[in-house]
Design a protein around this ligand. Structure first.
Ligand code: NAD
Length: 257
Protein backbone atom coordinates (compact mmCIF):
# COMPACT_ATOMS: atom_id res chain seq x y z
CA UNK A 1 0.00 0.00 0.00
CA UNK A 2 1.52 3.34 -1.05
CA UNK A 3 1.15 6.05 1.59
CA UNK A 4 0.35 9.19 -0.40
CA UNK A 5 0.13 12.77 0.84
CA UNK A 6 -1.99 15.23 -1.13
CA UNK A 7 -1.23 18.96 -1.08
CA UNK A 8 -3.93 21.57 -1.65
CA UNK A 9 -7.03 19.37 -1.22
CA UNK A 10 -9.22 22.49 -1.46
CA UNK A 11 -7.90 23.33 -4.95
CA UNK A 12 -9.34 22.42 -8.35
CA UNK A 13 -6.67 19.77 -8.91
CA UNK A 14 -6.03 18.72 -5.30
CA UNK A 15 -9.70 17.92 -4.78
CA UNK A 16 -9.73 15.44 -7.65
CA UNK A 17 -6.33 14.00 -6.70
CA UNK A 18 -7.42 13.18 -3.15
CA UNK A 19 -10.67 11.60 -4.36
CA UNK A 20 -8.80 9.46 -6.89
CA UNK A 21 -6.18 8.38 -4.31
CA UNK A 22 -8.98 7.27 -1.98
CA UNK A 23 -10.57 5.28 -4.83
CA UNK A 24 -7.37 3.32 -5.62
CA UNK A 25 -6.69 -0.08 -4.13
CA UNK A 26 -2.88 0.38 -4.17
CA UNK A 27 -2.80 3.76 -2.34
CA UNK A 28 -4.10 5.38 0.81
CA UNK A 29 -4.43 9.05 1.77
CA UNK A 30 -1.75 9.25 4.46
CA UNK A 31 -1.89 13.05 4.73
CA UNK A 32 -3.88 15.98 3.35
CA UNK A 33 -2.05 19.29 3.65
CA UNK A 34 -3.55 22.65 2.69
CA UNK A 35 -2.59 26.29 3.26
CA UNK A 36 -2.83 26.94 7.03
CA UNK A 37 -5.58 29.53 6.35
CA UNK A 38 -7.68 27.10 4.32
CA UNK A 39 -11.20 26.57 5.71
CA UNK A 40 -10.62 22.86 5.10
CA UNK A 41 -7.96 22.62 7.84
CA UNK A 42 -9.29 20.44 10.66
CA UNK A 43 -11.94 18.86 8.46
CA UNK A 44 -11.98 15.28 7.16
CA UNK A 45 -11.53 14.79 3.41
CA UNK A 46 -11.40 11.34 1.81
CA UNK A 47 -10.83 9.78 5.22
CA UNK A 48 -7.95 12.08 6.22
CA UNK A 49 -7.98 15.10 8.51
CA UNK A 50 -6.67 18.14 6.62
CA UNK A 51 -3.72 19.86 8.30
CA UNK A 52 -1.79 23.05 7.56
CA UNK A 53 1.46 21.51 8.79
CA UNK A 54 4.01 20.13 6.31
CA UNK A 55 5.45 17.92 9.08
CA UNK A 56 2.60 15.57 8.12
CA UNK A 57 4.79 14.49 5.17
CA UNK A 58 6.80 12.42 7.62
CA UNK A 59 6.21 8.69 7.07
CA UNK A 60 4.63 9.18 3.61
CA UNK A 61 6.01 7.36 0.55
CA UNK A 62 5.09 10.05 -1.97
CA UNK A 63 3.29 13.40 -2.14
CA UNK A 64 1.34 14.95 -4.97
CA UNK A 65 1.58 18.72 -5.31
CA UNK A 66 -0.71 20.89 -7.45
CA UNK A 67 -0.53 24.16 -5.52
CA UNK A 68 1.47 27.39 -5.85
CA UNK A 69 5.20 28.00 -6.41
CA UNK A 70 5.55 29.24 -2.79
CA UNK A 71 3.89 26.11 -1.44
CA UNK A 72 5.91 23.86 -3.76
CA UNK A 73 9.13 25.37 -2.41
CA UNK A 74 8.12 24.90 1.25
CA UNK A 75 6.90 21.35 0.62
CA UNK A 76 10.08 20.33 -1.22
CA UNK A 77 12.18 21.57 1.70
CA UNK A 78 10.05 19.64 4.20
CA UNK A 79 10.04 16.52 2.01
CA UNK A 80 13.85 16.57 1.78
CA UNK A 81 14.01 16.21 5.57
CA UNK A 82 11.86 13.07 5.42
CA UNK A 83 13.05 11.77 2.00
CA UNK A 84 9.55 11.64 0.53
CA UNK A 85 9.13 11.08 -3.22
CA UNK A 86 7.50 13.99 -5.05
CA UNK A 87 5.11 14.30 -7.97
CA UNK A 88 4.85 18.01 -8.73
CA UNK A 89 2.36 19.52 -11.16
CA UNK A 90 2.51 23.13 -9.97
CA UNK A 91 3.48 25.44 -12.82
CA UNK A 92 5.17 28.84 -12.92
CA UNK A 93 7.97 27.68 -10.57
CA UNK A 94 10.65 30.31 -9.95
CA UNK A 95 14.26 30.13 -8.91
CA UNK A 96 13.55 29.39 -5.22
CA UNK A 97 11.12 26.56 -5.88
CA UNK A 98 13.33 25.08 -8.64
CA UNK A 99 16.28 25.10 -6.23
CA UNK A 100 14.26 23.43 -3.46
CA UNK A 101 13.09 20.75 -5.91
CA UNK A 102 16.67 20.14 -7.09
CA UNK A 103 17.80 19.72 -3.47
CA UNK A 104 14.97 17.25 -2.83
CA UNK A 105 16.00 15.23 -5.92
CA UNK A 106 19.38 14.60 -4.28
CA UNK A 107 17.70 12.51 -1.56
CA UNK A 108 14.39 11.30 -3.11
CA UNK A 109 12.87 10.51 -6.52
CA UNK A 110 11.19 13.59 -8.03
CA UNK A 111 9.00 14.03 -11.06
CA UNK A 112 7.95 17.50 -12.18
CA UNK A 113 5.59 17.72 -15.14
CA UNK A 114 3.79 20.71 -16.57
CA UNK A 115 1.20 18.29 -17.89
CA UNK A 116 0.34 14.73 -16.87
CA UNK A 117 -1.82 13.76 -19.86
CA UNK A 118 -0.66 11.01 -22.21
CA UNK A 119 -1.77 13.09 -25.21
CA UNK A 120 0.31 16.14 -24.28
CA UNK A 121 3.39 14.07 -23.52
CA UNK A 122 3.07 12.38 -26.90
CA UNK A 123 2.56 15.83 -28.44
CA UNK A 124 5.91 16.97 -26.98
CA UNK A 125 7.64 14.11 -28.80
CA UNK A 126 5.75 14.81 -32.05
CA UNK A 127 6.46 18.56 -31.85
CA UNK A 128 10.19 17.99 -31.40
CA UNK A 129 10.22 15.53 -34.33
CA UNK A 130 8.24 17.91 -36.57
CA UNK A 131 10.47 20.90 -35.76
CA UNK A 132 13.53 18.83 -36.61
CA UNK A 133 12.06 17.41 -39.82
CA UNK A 134 10.53 20.62 -41.18
CA UNK A 135 13.62 22.77 -40.56
CA UNK A 136 14.07 26.53 -40.66
CA UNK A 137 11.64 27.14 -43.55
CA UNK A 138 8.74 26.82 -41.15
CA UNK A 139 7.88 29.42 -38.49
CA UNK A 140 6.98 27.97 -35.08
CA UNK A 141 4.20 29.44 -32.96
CA UNK A 142 2.19 28.15 -29.98
CA UNK A 143 -1.25 29.30 -28.88
CA UNK A 144 -2.61 28.16 -25.49
CA UNK A 145 -5.97 28.85 -23.83
CA UNK A 146 -6.92 28.43 -20.15
CA UNK A 147 -9.68 29.40 -17.67
CA UNK A 148 -9.84 32.89 -16.20
CA UNK A 149 -8.37 31.88 -12.81
CA UNK A 150 -5.00 30.64 -14.07
CA UNK A 151 -2.15 32.53 -12.38
CA UNK A 152 0.81 31.97 -14.69
CA UNK A 153 1.29 32.74 -18.38
CA UNK A 154 2.33 31.25 -20.70
CA UNK A 155 1.22 27.90 -19.33
CA UNK A 156 3.84 25.41 -18.18
CA UNK A 157 2.67 23.10 -20.96
CA UNK A 158 3.15 25.83 -23.60
CA UNK A 159 6.68 26.41 -22.32
CA UNK A 160 7.40 22.66 -22.37
CA UNK A 161 6.10 22.60 -25.93
CA UNK A 162 8.28 25.58 -26.86
CA UNK A 163 11.26 23.79 -25.31
CA UNK A 164 10.50 20.69 -27.38
CA UNK A 165 10.38 22.83 -30.56
CA UNK A 166 13.67 24.49 -29.64
CA UNK A 167 15.24 21.07 -28.97
CA UNK A 168 14.08 19.92 -32.42
CA UNK A 169 15.88 22.93 -33.88
CA UNK A 170 18.96 22.39 -31.70
CA UNK A 171 18.74 25.85 -30.07
CA UNK A 172 18.30 27.17 -26.52
CA UNK A 173 14.69 28.27 -26.00
CA UNK A 174 15.71 31.41 -24.08
CA UNK A 175 17.51 32.77 -27.17
CA UNK A 176 14.47 32.50 -29.49
CA UNK A 177 11.36 32.76 -27.28
CA UNK A 178 8.94 35.68 -27.58
CA UNK A 179 5.79 35.96 -25.48
CA UNK A 180 4.69 39.50 -26.38
CA UNK A 181 4.24 41.37 -29.66
CA UNK A 182 2.80 44.85 -29.89
CA UNK A 183 3.31 48.02 -31.96
CA UNK A 184 5.72 48.44 -34.87
CA UNK A 185 7.57 45.17 -34.41
CA UNK A 186 8.81 44.79 -38.01
CA UNK A 187 9.25 41.50 -39.84
CA UNK A 188 9.30 38.29 -37.86
CA UNK A 189 12.90 37.47 -36.83
CA UNK A 190 14.13 34.20 -38.31
CA UNK A 191 14.10 31.31 -35.85
CA UNK A 192 11.78 32.99 -33.35
CA UNK A 193 9.37 30.78 -31.33
CA UNK A 194 6.28 32.72 -30.31
CA UNK A 195 3.85 31.81 -27.52
CA UNK A 196 0.44 33.44 -27.14
CA UNK A 197 -1.75 33.00 -24.02
CA UNK A 198 -5.55 33.26 -24.19
CA UNK A 199 -7.42 33.49 -20.83
CA UNK A 200 -11.12 33.16 -20.11
CA UNK A 201 -14.15 31.13 -19.14
CA UNK A 202 -13.69 27.59 -17.90
CA UNK A 203 -11.21 26.31 -20.51
CA UNK A 204 -9.28 23.47 -18.82
CA UNK A 205 -6.35 23.66 -21.23
CA UNK A 206 -5.94 23.85 -25.03
CA UNK A 207 -2.57 23.92 -26.82
CA UNK A 208 -1.75 24.23 -30.52
CA UNK A 209 1.72 24.19 -32.09
CA UNK A 210 1.77 25.83 -35.53
CA UNK A 211 4.39 25.01 -38.15
CA UNK A 212 3.88 27.80 -40.70
CA UNK A 213 5.57 27.25 -44.05
CA UNK A 214 5.28 28.63 -47.59
CA UNK A 215 2.09 27.24 -49.12
CA UNK A 216 1.41 24.78 -46.27
CA UNK A 217 1.04 24.65 -42.54
CA UNK A 218 0.90 21.89 -39.95
CA UNK A 219 -1.02 22.26 -36.68
CA UNK A 220 -0.77 19.92 -33.70
CA UNK A 221 -3.59 20.47 -31.19
CA UNK A 222 -4.39 19.00 -27.78
CA UNK A 223 -7.56 19.85 -25.85
CA UNK A 224 -8.10 18.72 -22.25
CA UNK A 225 -11.73 17.85 -21.58
CA UNK A 226 -11.43 17.08 -17.86
CA UNK A 227 -9.03 17.71 -14.95
CA UNK A 228 -9.28 14.01 -14.15
CA UNK A 229 -6.78 13.12 -16.83
CA UNK A 230 -4.12 15.25 -15.08
CA UNK A 231 -5.00 13.82 -11.66
CA UNK A 232 -5.02 10.23 -12.96
CA UNK A 233 -1.71 10.80 -14.78
CA UNK A 234 -0.16 12.23 -11.61
CA UNK A 235 -1.24 9.16 -9.62
CA UNK A 236 0.11 6.85 -12.30
CA UNK A 237 3.40 8.75 -11.91
CA UNK A 238 3.19 8.52 -8.10
CA UNK A 239 2.71 4.73 -8.18
CA UNK A 240 5.61 4.42 -10.64
CA UNK A 241 7.89 6.75 -8.65
CA UNK A 242 7.46 5.46 -5.09
CA UNK A 243 10.46 3.37 -4.06
CA UNK A 244 12.74 4.42 -6.97
CA UNK A 245 16.25 5.76 -6.37
CA UNK A 246 16.70 9.49 -5.76
CA UNK A 247 16.90 11.66 -8.86
CA UNK A 248 14.85 13.45 -11.52
CA UNK A 249 12.31 11.57 -13.65
CA UNK A 250 9.94 12.67 -16.41
CA UNK A 251 6.54 11.61 -17.73
CA UNK A 252 8.39 10.21 -20.73
CA UNK A 253 10.02 7.72 -18.32
CA UNK A 254 6.64 6.82 -16.80
CA UNK A 255 4.86 6.47 -20.15
CA UNK A 256 7.77 4.82 -21.95
CA UNK A 257 7.67 7.41 -24.77
P1 NAD B 1 -6.17 26.18 -7.22
O1 NAD B 1 -5.94 27.64 -6.97
O2 NAD B 1 -7.57 25.70 -7.43
O3 NAD B 1 -5.56 25.33 -6.00
C1 NAD B 1 -4.35 25.65 -5.36
C2 NAD B 1 -4.34 24.95 -4.01
O4 NAD B 1 -3.08 25.16 -3.38
C3 NAD B 1 -5.41 25.46 -3.03
O5 NAD B 1 -6.07 24.34 -2.48
C4 NAD B 1 -4.56 26.16 -1.96
O6 NAD B 1 -5.21 26.10 -0.68
C5 NAD B 1 -3.32 25.30 -2.01
N1 NAD B 1 -2.19 25.93 -1.33
C6 NAD B 1 -1.75 27.20 -1.44
N2 NAD B 1 -0.72 27.40 -0.60
C7 NAD B 1 -0.52 26.22 0.06
C8 NAD B 1 0.39 25.79 1.07
N3 NAD B 1 1.30 26.63 1.58
N4 NAD B 1 0.32 24.50 1.50
C9 NAD B 1 -0.58 23.65 1.00
N5 NAD B 1 -1.49 24.01 0.04
C10 NAD B 1 -1.44 25.28 -0.40
O7 NAD B 1 -5.26 25.80 -8.46
P2 NAD B 1 -5.39 24.58 -9.49
O8 NAD B 1 -6.20 24.98 -10.67
O9 NAD B 1 -5.73 23.34 -8.74
O10 NAD B 1 -3.87 24.50 -10.00
C11 NAD B 1 -2.79 24.30 -9.11
C12 NAD B 1 -1.50 24.26 -9.89
O11 NAD B 1 -1.49 23.08 -10.74
C13 NAD B 1 -1.28 25.45 -10.84
O12 NAD B 1 0.09 25.78 -10.84
C14 NAD B 1 -1.68 24.89 -12.20
O13 NAD B 1 -1.06 25.56 -13.27
C15 NAD B 1 -1.18 23.48 -12.07
N6 NAD B 1 -1.79 22.48 -12.97
C16 NAD B 1 -0.95 21.56 -13.49
C17 NAD B 1 -1.45 20.54 -14.29
C18 NAD B 1 -0.51 19.48 -14.78
O14 NAD B 1 -0.94 18.53 -15.49
N7 NAD B 1 0.78 19.57 -14.43
C19 NAD B 1 -2.81 20.48 -14.58
C20 NAD B 1 -3.65 21.46 -14.02
C21 NAD B 1 -3.13 22.45 -13.20
Amino acid sequence: MIRAAVLGPSGRMGRRVIELVAARSDMEVAAAIDHPSSPLVGQAVAGAQVTGDLAALRGCDVYVDFTTPESTEAAARAAAEHRVAAVIGTTGLGRGSEQAVATLAEVAPVLVAANFSLGVNLMLVLAETAARALGGGFDLEIVEAHHRHKRDAPSGTALALARALAAGRGVELETVLTTARSGDIGARPEGEIGVVAVRGGDVIGDHTAFFLGEGERLELTHRAGSRDLFAAGALRAAAWLAGRPAGRYTMRDVLGL
